[in-house]
Structures are given as structure tokens and as C-alpha cells.
Design a protein around this ligand. Sequence first.
Ligand code: ADP
Length: 443
Amino acid sequence: MNEQTLFRQTRWRLASWSDGVMGIVLTLSGFGVYEAIDHAHRTAADRELQAIAGRLHDNLEPTLQQPRELSASAQRFLPDACIRPHQCLEVTASHSPGDMFQGNYFIRLLSPSGDLVALAGLKPQGLALTSPAAEWQYLKDERNIRYRQITVPLQNPDAPLWGYLQVGSSLEDSDQYLTSVRFAFFAGLPLALAFVGIAGWWLAGRAMRPIRQSYQQMQQFTADAAHELRTPIAAAQATVESVLDMPHLSETDTRETLQVLDRQHQRLSQLIQDLLLLTCLDRQAQAQHESCCLQNVVNDIAEELAALALNNKVKLLTDIQVDQLLWVNGDEAQLYRLVFNLVINALQHTPEGGTVTLLLNEQDQQAVIQVQDTGVGIVPEYQAKIFDRFYRVDSDRSRQTGGSGLGLAIADAIAQTHKGKIQIRSQVGQGSTFIVSLPTETT
Ligand code: ADP
């Protein structure tokens, strides 16, 4: 699968998954909100019904003596009540003018056997007479409007059970409101999902940008590594083939051939070692904890590269500006390699008669190692790139020096695993200074 397809498919999958998850979350929260609204409406309606039924019950109960008979004092509390059930049932739906029931309430008084004795307040058509056995009930009239009803027994302590009081209210308003909530939810969900989908696609693109960059870097790295490995192998192969074509091989020819093969072999194994070190540094989040004295590192490198400096006719100086020993927490071999790479670069890019100075200093609890040279310098546009793997400013010159473009990449990776950094100051024709800052060991 090519890179473009791979990343587009991954982005698409990420966006779809986030959309799916958001869809589930929104649906569940929508149901939750809907249930909460429904519950709040039901509770408020039930409380209201209970309060009205309670008040009526308390007022009516002392006035009720004979079953099925409604005394005059009882009728005071039900001003618009129709006492005869048949009449009541014939009455068309109307609102009661009674002050107590001006809302959407109906009041029914039932006999102990459940027959209608009186009806007051709302008179919805087609509302069934229900058994008084259940306290709370939902009913529907012929227009399919829902009603909530409470039933309470009416019983004067001095008399047998008089009957039952049923108070009900229309749920039309709250049902309408809940319908509009449902509509808003079902209409809003696809819109919200479309928005989340677009946002998810955009966010997935942004989140994948660094992954894509590192994928491209990896691809570039593999291609560069393959190219670098192929070069010495191809050179060695060409040497062997040319020698094999020769009819006679003198001792000098053999020696020369073996020297070429040895050089290519060394180049190859150096490259493999560098690649392994880089892989190791990439995996290593932090350097090993051991104390490393930077004065020793600087002096050892100056000593080791003195011969090369002499050979290149370049002055190699050390300038240790601190009196006390500077200790850094890290891997001594790696820190040695870091400074070594910088100094060897400086020596290779400084013409005869130039100077390379190795400075050691301390600033704000940071050990500062500076590698200054009076060499060719680096143009500003290359300064950020020279730390990239396999990057060479001038291929021909670097090839002459034998570098593969990994020296500064390794130095930078080592500095990072030691929580340090490398900065560069350079002017073309005047020289470069590489400044390494490393946190000193805290005792
Ligand atoms: P190499 O191992 O090929 O030298 P490096 O990663 O060490 O690769 O360096 C990358 C590039 O940076 C080289 O091609 C070189 O031209 C440039 N460079 C490094 N150090 C110096 C320096 N002190 N002066 C000028 N150019 C330098």
C-alpha cells in the first residue's frame, strides 16, 4: 500500500471511529437528558395532583356520610359537579369555572364498587372509568390525549367506606414539549454527527502530520542508509572484478587490492556501527547514570587528535576555564563520541594554518563545551540541516573526508539523551563554533 493510500485510509478510519463514538455518547446523553426532563415533568405533575387530591380529600371526607350521596356542604367544594352520572357522561368537554380546578383537572367521585357518582372540572370525552384499585394510572381520551390520575379512598372514620376520589390532569402540554425535545434530538443528531465527522477528519489530519513526517523521515533514512551501504560494497565489487580480469596478479597488485578492500570494509563497518548507535540512541530515552568528568573527556580528545591536527597543519588548543572538575551524569563513551565528532569535523573543515579551540566552561549549572574553528564556515540555510541524518553540505568535500553525514546527527542524539543541546554559530569564510550545553551533576 502506498503512503498516500495508507494515510488517507488511517485518517478516514480515525474520523469514522471518533464519529461513531461521539454518536453513541450523544445518543446516550440525549436519552439521559430526555429521561431527566420526562421525569421532572412527571414528578411535578404527580406532586400537583397529590396536593389537590389531598386538599379535596381533607375537605370532602368530613362531609360524606351516606355512600353515593353528596351532601350540600360537599358540593361547595365541587361547584360545577354534575351529580347524576348519566348527565355527567353526556356533558361535552368543557373547562370548569370553579376556582379550585381552573387548571386541566378532572375530579371524579366513585362509589365503593367503582361507579361514577359525581364529575367535576375537566370533562374529557372518551375517558374510561378505571378501577379504583390502583393509586396512580395513565389514561387516554378519544383524542389520544394522555391523562395522569390519582385515586384516594374517601372514608369518614364514623361511617363505612364512602367511595373514591379520582383527580386527574391532562398531560397534553408536557407531551407536546417532550415531542418537541424528541424532534430536536432526532433532527440535531445527524447535524451534530456531520459536524463531528468533519471536525474528526480535520483533527485526524492534524494529529497525523507529525506521524507522517517521521514516516517520511524513516523512508528517507532507509533510502539514504541503503545508498550509503551500497557505495563501499559496489566499490569493493568493482575492485575484485577488475582484479579477476587480470591474467597475472603481482604481489604489489594483490597488496593494493587488499588495501582497497580493507578501506571499503572499514568504511562499511564504521557506517554499520554509526547506524546501530543511532538506533540505540533513538530507543534510549535517557543516558546511563554514571559520573563523567568533562575535563578528562576534553583532554583525552585533544591528546588523541593531536596527531591529526599536526598532519592537517592545524593548531589544536584546549582552554579549560573552570578550576573545579565538571561532572556530568551520563555515558562517558557517548559524551566522548559527541565531542570527538565535533572536533574531527572542525579539523577537517579548517584549512592549513587555522586553529581549532576546545573550550570548557560552566554557566547556570550547565557545562558548556565549545568547539571553535577558523575554517570554511557554514552558510545560514544549511545550519539547521546539518544535524539531519546523512546530510552533507558539500558531498564531494565530505566524501573526501570520508564522512557519511551521520557525525552531527549522532552528536545531536547523544546531547539529547543527556538532556543537553547543541547550538551553532558560523560565518562563511571565518569559521564555526559548535556550543554543547549539558546539565551538570547535582550533588
Ligand atoms: P560527516 O560525517 O560527513 O562530516 P556530519 O554530520 O559530521 O557529516 O556533518 C554534516 C555536514 O556539516 C558536513 O557535510 C560538513 O560539510 C558540515 N560541517 C560539519 N562541521 C563543520 C565545520 N566545523 N565547519 C564547516 N562545515 C562543517
